[in-house]
Design a protein around this ligand. Structure first.
Ligand code: MLC
Ligand code: AMP
Length: 509
């Protein structure tokens, strides 16, 4: 039966005794062993009653089994919904309810909490721990190691990835098989991936970057991955001599540069370093090249579109630019007011169209219509220009968004929590430069008249509601927020005022 995603990513390696995952433990898993485990998981999913098109939500640690669950979903035609391991129960509740996931897979540590939520929402629950144990693994043991791949088409949904919104409500981006496959194929070609590649994989696998860009590209090329549970600069340094390529967020590269042993010799076996998910400072690009001889290749993408542009493999990889559109992707710069296409060199909103662009937001037709035009162009919310050499430069964001260490944080979501606290009249959350995370979160609070907000209480409330990476690293109280004549809060003024607070302090938070 046809199932392009499974066939082209996974099925093509059936029976192959070639290496797929080199684990931190020293063990190497072959494609064949990986696919057999995935097939056993697929039997469990089908046996649990999941049918093609049903959603499976997974909040699990990075492991070969976690990746096999992604393969199992592809094989059983189940829509995969990976969730950041940092999300709190309050955050998870929304994703699971909104998606209507019928199976939740969680870590053993959160089983009790999740069991209650699952039963409230009428979903089943299974456990998959970082070491590959848990009820899902137990149910898979003894299942057949082959599974009849579900019949799916290129337009069928493969994954649902939630992205926060400027209104504070997250939206599920619907990604079809074609969206994922077309993008990985374009990237394999642009970045020259082959079956000889060994990708150093230290990204999380619950986001586009680690799951689709890194993993799918390796799978299509038939290469292997050094599959590390998380980014640790020292460990990455020791594994680099075995790798040919690496993908990371800018924080990976600044942290590597902080390692004294990171030099030309350490990177001598590498052919490619790719950066994305957040802006790479030109200064980091230059220091990296001076230290290693490698020009980092920067690309630009997002959850809704996968990758849109890339610097060239051959040719100048220009710092401060994200390169040219990928094959099959159209990109234009438009006037935010009129939607008219602007001339080369003018700054406007970046719009993209192509087989990479998602199918819309899950159960949100109005939101979809606001951002995805009828002619197929998606309004990214990023501001940029096309320079005289055809390279795209991102100059800012039309959306109120903070990117910290490659994670997106929407200020509105934090403001909603802060505003609800006793004694808080209003708040403004901003992103300011941070030496490690690129940007970090600062909250500015205005107290209600004659009230004294209890900061310790506020921190507790924030901790309960929001994932740790979203927490304000500084909270500042002001008499009033700066406003323009229209009454709109001037976040740019706040950003300017507090721009140096993380850069000048000796001890970085
Ligand atoms: C961890 N913390 C963060 C954070 N990551 N805080 C802010 N921003 C982050 N990104 C918290 C931890 O909970 C901890 O809290 C404290 O900060 C210090 O932790 P750490 O040990 O220094 O962090 P670490 O675990 O090393 O993680 C940092 C990181 C990680 C950069 C390695 O965040 C990471 O892997 N980021 C990659 C994100 C990513 O894959 N983005 C792709 C999105 S897809 P405490 O309690 O100790 O204070 C996309 C599309 C595209 O955007 O174009 O690719
Ligand atoms: P996400 O919603 O997590 O997929 O994040 C997508 C956003 O990350 C984009 O809309 C951009 O704002 C940002 N982004 C991704 N890659 C880059 C890059 N190379 N330079 C600047 N911003 C980037």
């Amino acid at each position: 039966m046809a199932n392009p995603l499974y066939d082209q990513l996974f099925g093509r390696h059936a029976g192959a005794q070639t290496p797929f995952l080199h684990l931190a433990t020293g063990v190497t898993l072959t494609h064949d062993a990986f696919l057999r485990r995935a097939a056993q998981f697929a039997h469990v999913l089908a046996g649990t009653g999941l049918r093609p098109g049903d959603r499976l939500a997974a909040q699990i640690h990075k492991s070969p089994e976690a990746l096999a669950l992604y393969a199992a979903c592809a094989q059983a035609g189940v829509v995969f919904l990976p969730l950041n391991t940092a999300y709190t129960a309050a955050e998870l509740q929304y994703f699971i309810e909104d998606s209507g996931a019928s199976l939740i897979v969680c870590d053993g540590a959160s089983e009790v909490e999740m069991a209650e939520m699952a039963s409230d929402l009428g979903a089943r629950l299974a456990v998959l721990n970082a070491d590959g144990t848990g009820s899902l693994a137990m149910a898979a043991d003894g299942q057949p190691e082959m599974f009849d791949t579900a019949d799916r088409g290129a337009d069928d949904l493969a994954a649902l990835l939630y992205t926060s919104g400027t209104t504070g409500r997250s939206k599920g981006a619907m990604l079809s098989q074609r969206n994922l496959l077309s993008n990985s194929e374009a990237l394999v070609e642009c970045w020259r991936f082959t079956d000889q590649d060994v990708l150093l994989h230290a990204l999380p696998i619950f986001h586009t970057h680690g799951l689709f860009v890194a993993t799918n590209v390796t799978l299509i090329a038939g290469g292997s991955m050094i599959f590390l549970p998380k980014f640790d600069a020292e460990e990455v340094l020791t594994r680099l001599p075995e790798a040919t390529s690496m993908m990371g967020v800018p924080t990976f590269y600044t942290r590597l540069l902080d390692q004294p042993g990171f030099d030309r010799a350490a990177a001598a076996h590498m052919r490619l370093f790719v950066s994305g998910s957040a802006p790479l400072l030109a200064e980091t690009h230059a220091s990296f090249e001076a230290r290693t001889g490698h020009a980092i290749l920067e690309r630009y993408g997002m959850t809704e579109t996968n990758m849109n542009t890339t610097n060239p493999y051959d040719g100048a990889r220009r710092a401060g630019t994200v390169g040219m559109p990928l094959p099959g992707v159209e990109l234009k710069i438009t006037d935010p007011g009129t939607g008219e296409t602007l001339a080369q060199g003018e700054v406007g909103q970046i719009e993209v169209r192509g087989p990479n662009v998602f199918q819309g937001y899950w159960k949100m037709p109005e939101k979809t219509a606001e951002e995805l035009r009828a002619d197929g162009f998606f309004i990214t919310g990023d501001l940029g220009l096309i320079d005289d050499q055809g390279y795209v430069q991102i100059v800012g964001r039309g959306k109120d968004l903070i990117i910290s260490g490659g994670y997106n944080i929407y200020p509105k979501e934090i403001e909603l929590v802060l505003d609800a606290q006793l004694g808080v009249c209003e708040s403004a959350v901003i992103g300011v430069p941070h030496p490690d995370f690129g940007e970090s979160v600062v909250a500015v609070l205005v107290a209600e008249k004659d009230a004294q907000p209890d900061m310790a209480q506020i921190e507790i409330a924030v901790g309960k509601e929001l994932a740790r990476f979203k927490h304000p690293r500084r909270m500042i109280t002001l008499e009033a927020l700066p406003r323009n004549t229209m009454g709109k809060v001037q976040k740019n003024v706040l950003r300017e005022t507090y721009s140096a607070i993380f850069m000048q302090s000796e001890s970085v938070e």
